[in-house]
Unconditional design. Structure first.
Length: 272
């Protein structure tokens, strides 16, 4: 310990420095070293700075075109934008209805059956391991081009996210009321409906709002494989290198996402 003397003559003893601060620097050094190794050619991804230096003019040219939106293209974007929002709303509603009971099956307090809970979680892990774009590509081949394969792909993607986050929220709830309900002779279904469900609503609504925001962005991309929405228009203008029109589409999606984020934040504040 060290001490200092104040102006009035009093001596003040300073507490010792906390031990283990070096561990933070060691962890940061390891992370930095691993990152550098992963960028080396032959071992990692082969990050090439020279390629950026050689080709930066091509990227700069595209960026300049993106800074000048083609406002006359706006009427053609209204229909695809509305379809994108419709896909997001429908997919969110369906996935919310389906995911709520599955979340109770995947949580330990609401499903004491270890085997059944393990099977449900395994299937959900498989569902989350498949990207939504791959879901859409396969579904387009099955049911054809349009909004339907995009909605189904979003529903499958949303169920995996909602169930995981809501079931984890249920796992962290206080087990006291659940044990009291079992001691009183209540069935697991009665306990889930009367004790767990009211406490789960805020977390469930929060995750549904979060998924809706994801769906707006995701449905704008799924059209690249023919799954409807704004993605079909993005693919068309990208094919003809109309970056001014692509810039307008990006601005519209950005505006929609900002509005949804503001509304979702207001709803969350009321739920908490």
């Amino acid at each position: 310990m060290s001490s200092i003397t104040l102006r009035d003559g009093r001596s003040l003893t300073l507490p010792p420095r906390p031990a283990g601060r070096w561990k933070t620097w060691v962890v940061l050094g390891i992370i930095l070293a691993v990152t550098v190794v992963m960028c080396l050619p032959g071992i990692g991804i082969g990050f090439d700075v020279q390629a950026i230096v050689r080709n930066w003019q091509h990227g700069a040219d595209k960026v300049l075109k993106l800074l000048v939106p083609d406002w006359s293209f706006f009427p053609r974007t209204v229909g695809p934008l509305v379809e994108t929002l419709q896909m997001a709303v429908i997919a969110t509603a369906i996935s919310a209805i389906v995911a709520l009971p599955i979340a109770f099956w995947a949580a330990r307090p609401t499903n004491p059956n270890t085997w059944f809970r393990g099977i449900v979680r395994f299937l959900l892990n498989m569902l989350r391991s498949v990207p939504d774009l791959l879901f859409a590509a396969v579904l387009v081949a099955m049911v054809g081009v349009g909004a339907l394969p995009g909605i189904i792909a979003l529903v499958l993607f949303d169920i995996g996210i909602i169930v995981k986050l809501v079931s984890e929220a249920i796992d962290t709830t206080d087990s006291g009321p659940i044990e009291a309900g079992r001691a009183a002779g209540g069935t697991q279904t009665q306990i889930n409906r009367t004790l767990v469900l009211p406490d789960t609503w805020p977390a469930f609504a929060n995750q549904v709002l979060y998924v809706f925001e994801l769906n707006v962005r995701a449905s704008s991309v799924l059209g690249l494989v023919g799954a409807g929405g704004m993605g079909l228009l993005i693919d068309a203008v990208r094919t003809f290198y109309r970056y001014d029109q692509l810039s307008l589409i990006i601005l519209e999606i950005l505006l929609v996402v900002i509005v949804i984020d503001v509304v979702s934040d207001a709803i969350r504040r009321r739920l908490v």
